[in-house]
Write a protein that binds this ligand. Sequence first.
Ligand code: ADP
Ligand code: MG
Length: 352
Amino acid sequence: MIEDKNPVRTELSALGEFGLIKHIAKHIKLGNPSSIKGIGDDAAVMQYDSGKQTVVSTDLLIEGVHFDLTYCPLKHLGYKAVSVNLSDIYAMNASPKQILVSIAISNRFSLEAIEELYAGMLLACENHKVDLVGGDTSSSRIGMVISITAIGEADKDEIVYRSGAKPGNLLCVSGDLGSAYLGLQLLEREKKIFTENPQIQPDMDGNDYLLERQLKPEARKDVIEQLKEQGVKPTSMIDVSDGLASEILHLCTESKTGCKLYENKIPIDDTALQKAREFNMNGTLCAMNGGEDYELLFTIDIKDHDKIKKCRDVTVIGHITDKSEGTNLVLTGTEMLTPITAQGWDALLSKK
Ligand code: ADP
Ligand code: MG
């Protein structure tokens, strides 16, 4: 197990719950003016400008359901746990400022292991200028549980909801899609080989990008900043956590619209396409249903088309239509329309 790799092992029982919290708190400094009181009292205290609105989001991560410690290093897990929370705040077009971290752990973890977890979380906090202001600690008999709550702010008229898309709007997505899912497939395959024959060492060469997309996703702060620089306020927005198909359907349902998404416009990295072929999967389906990309999917008014062309790493993939036209994918080559469905994971196993 990864947590036993560390040569030094300090038992958590040597510190106790309060000792552990004190130890964690030692590494934490507050940076944002809105963070008044962090770890150390019954509650954290924050002060936001009266002109702003507060945005709050929470996520729960359970070992064996959301992460697997056989191949996910604790530092990466910490980084990812924070990133996925901040991604929700950015998806509201808001700026994250604080997080609270609650963990449930067993004595299987050493102090050094928990330090690794927090090192990853604090690195993500540093990159996004977010303060860790509190949390809760409990013991667990079923594996590790991590719950993170992120708090941010935005001007009232800056907040972007899922519900604002209008027919004629352009549908845009940041980065590329499907890579995180293929990274997971790769890790699962190597885990299976290793479990069956521990003599065989995992072969991960040349797969850095896919593994990084799975293990260390980045919340797209840069995209939100670019949109602001260009003076573009999306009409609707969502982050891609469950796959493009599911997120587009959320936007269209909430906005009471339809959409036309072009298969040949969906950004998929070359290494992802190659890996999909190797796994006998369809690249488009990996992007549509894979999930965990943590990219931003948003719609813009057509008048902002020229401005969006100036944003790095943003692709126009289709447009919003009237609800009566349905939610469709335009297939490459045939130009045929196929209704978008949020499929289960099994659908990825069959090639088109
Ligand atoms: P209470 O008994 O009121 O829940 P705790 O002893 O759990 O208080 O918490 C004391 C302080 O330590 C609080 O500021 C709390 O937010 C913080 N804290 C507790 N656990 C964690 C953790 N895992 N990570 C960060 N801060 C924590
Ligand atoms: Mg507590």
